[in-house]
Each structure stands twice: as C-alpha cells, then as structure tokens.
Design a protein around this ligand. Structure first.
Ligand SMILES: N[C@@H](CCC(=O)N[C@@H](CS)C(=O)NCC(=O)O)C(=O)O
Length: 213
C-alpha cells in the first residue's frame, strides 16, 4: 500500500513496537517525528490525528489509526504475511496475553504522563520515581519470564517472531534506559537478544529513527 506515514517519537516504546511490526511486514513507510519533549503531541495539528495526544498514529491512505497494539493487529489483518501471530487460536491467545502484559500492565504505568503526574502532582522524588518504574517492570517481567520458559523457543513464543516480541523488545529497551536490574529474567533477555538480531527489529531501533538527536 502506498502512503503509510508513522507519526512517532524515536524513544517511545509504542512507536518502536509499531516500527518493528511495519518492518516485519516489509512495508514502505515514512516517519514523521513528533517531539514529545516539546509537547508537540498536544498541538492542535497532532490532536487532529490522535485526539488522545499520544504517539504513535499511523496514516494509511488517508485513514488514521491509533493505539499501537490495535495498529499492529490491523497490520496483521491487512498484511497477513509474514505473520506476527501463530496459526493456532490457542497459541494466538497466549501471544496476545504476553503482548498485553507489556501493553496493558507495564507500559501505561510507566509512561511519561504518569511519571510526570507522580513527580509534578504528587511530589515524588527521583528515588520514588525509579522505584515505581522498576516495580511495574519487575512484576510484568517476572510473569513474562515464566511464560517464556513455558512457551518460548528462539523467540518469546516459539521459534518465530511474534507480536509478543514486538512489545517485549521496546519494553526491555526502556528497562535498560531506567537502569532496572534484568539479571532475574534470563529466558526473557535471551529472547530479547535473539529478537534484536532480526533485521526488522534492528531497523526499528530508536537510534535509527528520525528525530534521534
Ligand atoms: N496505549 C497507547 C499508549 C501511547 C503512549 O503512551 N505513548 C507515549 C509514548 S510511548 C506518549 O505519547 N506519551 C506522551 C505523553 O505522555 O504526553 C499505545 O499503545 O499507543
């Protein structure tokens, strides 16, 4: 399809996971950086794309899609090959559950607006903020470690890259950025390192994204 434009921010985990999925599908897309540090996500121009004032937003031939996990599901339906979900319904439910641990139970608690509310509105200091970030990553990663031990192969689920990896790799990147100890998750980190070697994942790295300083 012509005319795919990803509006995102180089270091945003939700933009990163969407770039991985776009790359796995082998799609041509343009990237338009939205500068979160300058609050560009709250501009009228960006709100016209995403009323939630969050990145990413994907323009696809005039239509706008938001919420990264919904975008990835749309990509999977619209461009089924190569797949990001297993062939079997039971396996798909497990992959989606792994992705949702990141998308629903880790990332939303640690995203910029929540951390800003903690420090700005509630007066949390750096130590409290760091403890908060680490707590939700540790809780989600402990569950994911167990799930990867049960279901993982070369990747988080089985031997093919799935939506679980699309979500996990950026979350591990964020964990490293926040200096969260990761020694307790050897299976998870092995899966992440394997995924980081995949060309589609390599090409999605924040360092290669427009807007990276
Ligand atoms: N559930 C949303 C979350 C989007 C989100 O929180 N994006 C962050 C960047 S990772 C953002 O735009 N933050 C800007 C802000 O908090 O003002 C999704 O998956 O798209």
């Amino acid at each position: 399809m012509a005319g795919l434009v990803l509006h995102g921010y180089w270091r945003s985990g939700t933009s990163y996971r969407t770039r991985i999925a776009l790359n796995v599908k082998g799609l041509d897309y343009r990237q338009t950086p939205v500068d979160l540090l300058n609050g560009e996500q709250r501009s009228a121009a960006y709100r016209a794309l995403n009323p939630q004032a969050l990145v990413p937003a994907l323009e696809a031939d005039g239509r706008i899609f938001t919420q990264s996990s919904a975008i990835i599901e749309w990509l999977e339906e619209r461009y089924p090959a190569p797949p990001l979900l297993p062939a079997n319904a039971d396996d798909r439910a497990i992959v989606r559950a792994m992705a949702m641990i990141v998308a629903c139970d880790i990332h939303p608690l640690n995203n910029a607006r929540v951390l800003n509310a903690l420090t700005g509105d509630l007066g949390a200091d750096d130590t409290a903020r760091q403890a908060w970030v680490g707590r939700w990553i540790a809780s989600g990663f402990a569950a994911l470690e167990e799930m990867i031990l049960r279901h993982g192969g070369l990747y988080a689920f089985g031997d093919d890259l799935t939506m679980a990896d699309c979500h996990l790799v950026p979350q591990a990147y964020a964990a490293e950025r926040f200096a969260v100890p990761l020694d307790g998750y050897p299976a998870l980190m092995t899966a992440v390192r394997h995924a980081l070697d995949h060309p589609a994942v390599k090409a999605a790295h924040p360092d290669l994204s427009p807007g990276h300083p």
